[in-house]
Design a protein around this ligand. Structure first.
Ligand SMILES: *Cc1c(COP(=O)(O)O)cnc(C)c1O
Length: 402
């Protein structure tokens, strides 16, 4: 592995290329080898009895796991990183490393649904009470802090509704009251938002998305600053929830092209969002780089880029039959969960989660788009034809009003 001091002088693209490998220790091969396994042989009885060495049994990690952990620590500027088998696993691990019985925690209303589910259904059983706040609350979050508040969870932008949060303002309040902060930074990745530089204690990345990049693995990466690292590591060690070595190896490979892929996703998402904004069928674009997006000015202030996931809201004349016809016959934009892979996806924003949506004064369907690596002209044509199918279910009178 390259020592940190070797990499600090380089920019992100170079760092991503050099991380987690050391050809001089790999028989000259560019890439590190893959370690899988449970048993580790100890050289003597003392080593066995004292659980000696960095790797003393498979649940304590392996060179392959450590390699990805160290690479992520380098990239995020954290004190340390642990990995989980899924992004959701990272979120629950991060929260569990902070809370205890009797605590009160705060989460944004439009947080990723499974995060809310974990808090409402699992944490509650252990006496941890969750309260949901307006993601645009900013410094006024201070009014929600109680004597037993231990954690403010943030997600920016929020899933589906895309609100950018005022991270510095919330971190400032949290520090004043000795409350810890956890940020789900999956959308931006550390390339576009350096969470720990903004004072976030624990940052979570669903590696399933852009790090993996090919929809062929599930993974979570949780990094912490020095204040929260010991508790995060010991909670992780106690739980024994590790990803498989193959997935870590794939994720390390994904890191090599991460910058290339997110920049391409950004470029195409901006083209598509502009095209969609000009369409008569579209009411509103919720893309952080667009003024209509809640928290846009915070994105301009704090983020160095945008990625390939955004939401757009349709005008309200369209029927479910039209929507079905539009979505089910798409050739490029497929119906499927998750994002960050090479294939484009287009799905309705979950209407059953509307009670978690902050201010939703729109009645039209909202669609979330994940921009894949297909040719932009093919993507635009697919959307164009989709809109034709959507409109074909609307009466001529209503069509004239579009
Ligand atoms: C997908 C996602 C997760 C969860 O990742 P999984 O690996 O699918 O569990 C968490 N947060 C956000 C914002 C996500 O988009």
């Amino acid at each position: 592995m390259h020592a940190s001091k070797d990499l600090s002088e380089f920019n992100a693209g170079t760092v991503l290329s050099l991380l987690g490998r050391n050809p001089s220790k790999q028989e000259g091969f560019l890439n590190p080898s893959l370690y899988k396994g449970s048993t580790v042989i100890h050289p003597n009885l003392e080593s066995l009895e004292s659980l000696g060495g960095r790797f003393w049994y498979g649940t304590a990690g392996s060179p392959t796991i450590a390699n990805l952990e160290d690479s992520w620590t380098e990239l995020t500027g954290a004190a340390g990183t642990v990995l989980s088998p899924t992004g959701l696993g990272s979120i629950s691990l991060a929260i569990l490393s902070v809370v205890k019985h009797g605590d009160h925690i705060l989460l944004p209303i439009s947080v990723y649904g499974p995060t809310a589910n974990f808090c409402n259904n699992v944490l509650r059983k252990f006496g941890v009470n969750s309260e949901f706040y307006d993601p645009l609350i900013g410094k006024d979050i201070e009014e929600l802090i109680k004597t037993n508040t231990s954690l403010i969870f943030l997600e920016s932008p929020c899933s589906q509704t895309m609100e950018i949060q005022d991270v510095p303002a919330i971190v400032k309040v949290a520090k004043k009251h000795n409350v810890k902060t956890v940020l789900d930074n999956t959308w931006a990745t550390p390339l576009f938002f350096k969470a720990h530089d903004y004072g976030i204690d624990i940052s979570v990345e669903a590696g399933t998305k852009y790090v993996g990049g090919h929809s062929d693995l599930l993974l979570g990466l949780t990094s912490a600053n020095s204040r929260c690292w010991p508790a995060l590591r010991s909670t992780y060690d106690a739980m024994g929830m590790l990803p498989g070595a193959d997935d870590c190896h794939l994720a390390l490979r994904g890191l090599r092209t991460l910058q290339l892929r997110v920049k391409e996703a950004e470029r195409k998402a901006l083209i598509l969002a502009e095209w969609l904004e000009a369409r008569n069928e579209v009411e509103r674009i919720l893309h952080p780089a667009f003024e209509d997006c809640p928290g846009h000015s915070l994105w301009v202030r704090d983020y160095s880029g945008s990625t390939g996931v955004f939401t757009f809201i349709l005008k309200d004349q369209f029927s479910r039959a039209g929507l079905k016809d539009m979505l089910e016959k798409m050739q490029i934009f497929k119906l499927g969960y998750s994002w960050g892979g090479y294939e484009s996806l287009l799905i309705p924003v979950n209407s059953t989660s509307r009670d978690r949506i902050r201010t939703w004064s729109h009645f039209g369907y909202a669609l979330r788009i994940q921009v894949g690596l297909e040719d932009i002209d093919d993507q635009l044509r697919d959307l164009e034809m989709g809109f034709e199918r959507l409109k074909s279910h609307v009466s001529d009178v209503l069509q004239a009003r579009l």
